[in-house]
Design a protein around this ligand. Structure first.
Ligand code: ADP
Ligand code: MG
Length: 482
């Protein structure tokens, strides 16, 4: 059977129009870049649909279920990692000298630890990302998930992913022309990521215990693409009656105060129960020392952080690489779980002065097309591929090299689908990255929430290496379980 379903041009155009209407009517939206907006429209009043696939992309059901099954162990593991001071010290000893951003984060971690941690509860809203891997030439049915990374800060698209799952369900249910006989509704899994994320924040808010306190979302100044964040805010109010403030790090430094005794965080007259960071993951989020001061202020406060500095540090790619060292996972989980988690690991190597690091260096020079080189960054567009690895390695000292890890390329079997961006259909071979959200709340003694929080599928042209939606590489999709 051909996939996506073949159609006449006129049918396809009609479908496209249907899909765009649905997207716009249901908030599957982004704001176009300012240079594309006529200046007759003011105050951000021009929107377009978020980029999406016209059809869900086939994904093996067993691998989808496997990824979901790994999420609760991951939630617990990330929490345990965040409590492992020896691990954080070990990693930061190496990174502090070569990565300013990581060092600043570590300084906040150290300072608050030294002062005594006021808030022992922590909230995790994570996302583990996977690509399907099949050996070149092998049957696509043999494809298995391999982990790209795990995110512990500002995991995005929790809302727009729910929307896109609904869009594909709508198209299937509303239109005979869409895919009758090709797609069954039970192949489109329910996706409650926005409800799960808002629910996690609500649980933390309740744990804080002040019915008058609010939730604060830390946002980037001037951010245009706010709808994914807004849906969480609306769900929090509509389903839980909890109000949310949006504030930048600069505003927090200017106007936020800590109660000298309780360390309760107050801003503009509102006590903050939960601080949820949707900014603060990249060096550009901290243009001056002011933003770092704001981060420290929040970290010191009684508000429940999502994430804490420790959670953010253990989300580093260096930690991901360390976990693949034999015996490492067993420090935190039983052998059965360790094997289960490890099954989704691809080759990960240090890039430092150790014998393994030297070996990785040689491997990368010999066969750069086999690898991706990654710094300790988040948000897309930072990785180095292929021949560029060689150029980069030539410029780095051995010490500077240790700011990176080396990772084996995951090779997704190509599939066909149609992507829609700014109203235009883009046809061709695609590859999809599956994200599973994890929601975790620990009160300082025990887990009180540990949930699988829905999923995200991002799809990009197969030939493109990077995968970010916001960065313009990928579109939002939903899995068709096969
Ligand atoms: P970031 O924190 O910037 O999101 P990622 O590790 O997720 O960094 O890498 C960004 C993108 O690069 C991924 O979405 C994926 O498309 C691609 N990528 C990363 N690692 C690999 C890999 N090992 N094999 C193939 N593609 C990869
Ligand atoms: Mg990523």
């Amino acid at each position: 059977m051909t996939y996506p379903p073949t159609q006449s041009d006129s049918d396809r155009q009609a479908l496209l129009a249907d899909a765009i209407d649905w997207a716009v009517a249901h908030g599957l939206l982004v704001r176009p870049s300012p240079d594309k907006v006529n200046d007759q429209f003011v105050n951000g009043s021009v929107v377009t649909h978020a980029p999406f696939t016209l059809y869900p992309t086939p994904f093996p059901r067993a691998e989808f279920e496997k990824a979901k099954g790994l999420q609760q162990p991951w939630n617990t593991l990330i929490h345990k990692l965040s409590l492992d001071d020896a691990l954080i010290t070990e990693v930061m000893k190496e990174l502090s000298d070569v990565d300013d951003f990581m060092r600043k984060l570590y300084e906040i971690y150290l300072k608050t630890k030294e002062e005594g941690i006021i808030q022992r509860a922590s909230l995790g809203i994570h996302r583990c990302d996977y690509l399907l891997h099949a050996e070149p030439g092998a049957d696509t049915k043999s494809a298995r998930i391999q982990q790209v990374e795990f995110n512990t800060i500002a995991s995005s698209f929790g809302s727009l992913s729910t929307c896109t799952s609904q869009l594909h369900r709508y198209l299937l249910q509303a239109s005979e022309r869409y895919a009758s006989g090709v797609i069954n509704i039970d192949q489109l899994p329910e996706n409650r990521s926005v409800q799960a994320i808002a629910g996690g924040i609500a649980s933390a808010w309740k744990l804080y215990g002040n019915p008058h306190a609010r939730v604060m979302m830390v946002v980037q100044p001037g951010e245009r693409n706010v709808f994914d964040q807004r849906w969480i805010e609306y769900n929090l109010l509509e389903s839980h009656g909890i109000r949310l403030l949006r504030r930048t790090l600069e505003e927090i430094e200017d106007r936020g105060t800590l109660d000298p005794k309780t360390k309760a965080l107050t801003i503009d007259g509102h006590e903050i129960a939960v601080t949820y960071f949707r900014s603060g993951y990249a060096p550009t989020d901290y243009p001056t020392s002011k933003e770092w001061d704001a981060r420290l202020k929040v970290e010191r406060s009684l508000s429940i952080k999502c994430p804490t500095a420790a959670y953010q540090i253990v989300g580093a790619k260096k930690i991901q690489q360390l976990l693949s060292v034999p015996g490492r996972l067993e420090r935190y989980v039983d052998v059965y779980t360790a094997d289960l988690l490890r099954e989704s690991f691809t080759g990960l190597y240090p890039f430092d002065n150790s014998p393994e690091g030297q070996q990785a260096y040689k491997l990368a020079l010999e066969d750069p097309e086999r690898f991706v080189m990654k710094p300790q960054r988040e948000g897309g567009g930072n990785n180095i591929y292929g021949e560029e690895i060689i150029d980069t390695l030539k410029k780095l000292t051995v010490e500077e090299r240790s700011a990176f890890i080396l990772m084996e390329l995951i090779r997704s079997p190509p599939l066909d689908n149609l992507m829609v961006r700014e109203g235009k259909l883009i046809e061709g071979e695609v590859a999809s990255e599956l994200g599973i959200y994890g929601i975790y709340l620990n009160d300082g003694e025990k887990a009180i929430v540990n949930e699988i929080g829905g999923h995200l599928l991002r799809t990009k042209a197969h030939a493109t290496k990077e995968g970010g939606v916001a960065a313009g590489f990928a579109v939002i999709d939903s899995p068709l379980l096969v």
